[in-house]
Ligand binder design. Structure first.
Ligand SMILES: NC(=O)c1ccc[n+]([C@@H]2O[C@H](COP(=O)([O-])OP(=O)(O)OC[C@H]3O[C@@H](n4cnc5c(N)ncnc54)[C@H](OP(=O)(O)O)[C@@H]3O)[C@@H](O)[C@H]2O)c1
Length: 264
């Protein structure tokens, strides 16, 4: 049986690395038509090529900075030159900046997280919705985090931004009830991507310590969850999915093995 996602237009923000790049390949393998956005366009070109090799019917890309209303509008104008409809919107662009306690926090980091994780999600959704409501049956998946549900030290602004994402998802779910569009959030625990490298501003040694001795989620695990949620029959909505590594029972309860002895 052909995939429900075959030939569907799937728009993925933050497709240049991590979950977004893995999602491009995973939706590509279903025969979807991809619209990919992020700031690093050269990375998008590689992701698009990989998605085509995986089976994407089309894999188009364009620069996108969700922190800029102008960039979001330009991006969506570009989308309109390719298709009058978007079937699946994956609001994935985002990340954490810094891990300082509030007392030592940096205003630039706080602003970046609010601009990208909260306002970026709102901007993208507002801009893309007209291409979705006119064609019922589509899916909006927002990428939240365990951090939106449980706070941790040093995570005040990031947790606040992801709690914001959760409430935006819930409000949108109510607002769109009756339109045929479904809205859900996928909330991962820790996963090995460029997330920690970005959080620690390029400090690779500090970033790799986050995953030391554990089997974290991979980007592919989260992408698989996105594909599953978006390919349910149209009358089924996966409202909220919390997905964590087996080694992470809770935000502060992580099983670590000595040295590099990672095992299942
Ligand atoms: N990894 C984890 O442990 C984890 C856990 C829970 C939730 N999450 C969430 O999952 C999402 C993806 O993160 P990831 O783990 O895949 O990290 P990642 O590898 O750093 O990927 C982040 C993606 O977001 C894009 N992005 C960042 N700022 C952007 C902006 N202003 N405009 C457009 N795109 C932007 C980046 O692209 P450019 O830099 O090229 O723009 C990149 O493609 C984020 O929302 C993150 O908060 C991650």
């Amino acid at each position: 049986m052909p995939s429900r996602l075959a030939n569907q237009w799937v728009l993925i923000t933050g497709a240049s690395s991590g979950f977004g790049a893995a999602a491009a390949v995973a939706f590509g393998a279903e025969g979807a038509r991809l619209l990919l956005g992020a700031r690093r366009v050269e990375r998008l070109a590689n992701v698009a090529a990989e998605a085509k090799r995986a089976g994407a019917t089309a894999a188009e890309f364009h620069a996108l900075d969700v922190a800029s209303t102008e960039s979001v509008e330009t991006f969506v104008q570009w989308v309109r030159t390719l298709t009058p409809r978007v079937d699946v919107l994956i609001n994935n662009a985002g990340g954490a900046h810094g891990l300082e306690p509030v007392a030592e926090g940096h205003e630039a980091d706080w602003r970046a997280m609010m601009e990208i994780n909260v306002l970026g999600l709102l901007r993208m959704t507002r801009a893309v919705l007209p291409l979705m409501v006119a064609h019922p049956g589509g899916t909006i998946l927002n990428i939240g985090s365990i951090a939106g549900r449980v706070a941790y030290e040093g995570g005040a602004a990031y947790c606040a931004s992801k709690a914001g994402e959760l409430q935006i998802t819930r409000a949108l779910r109510l607002e769109l009830c009756g339109t045929g569009l479904r809205v859900g959030t996928i909330d991962p625990g820790f996963a090995e991507t460029e997330f920690s490298l970005v959080r620690f501003k390029g400090d690779a040694a500090r970033a790799s310590k986050v995953y030391e001795g554990v089997n974290p989620l991979t980007a592919g695990d989260v992408a698989e969850a996105m594909v599953w949620a978006a390919s349910r029959p149209p009358h089924v909505c996966i409202d909220e999915m919390l997905i964590k590594a087996t080694d992470q029972a809770a935000i502060h309860k992580v099983h670590r093995r000595p040295t590099a002895a990672k095992s299942k």
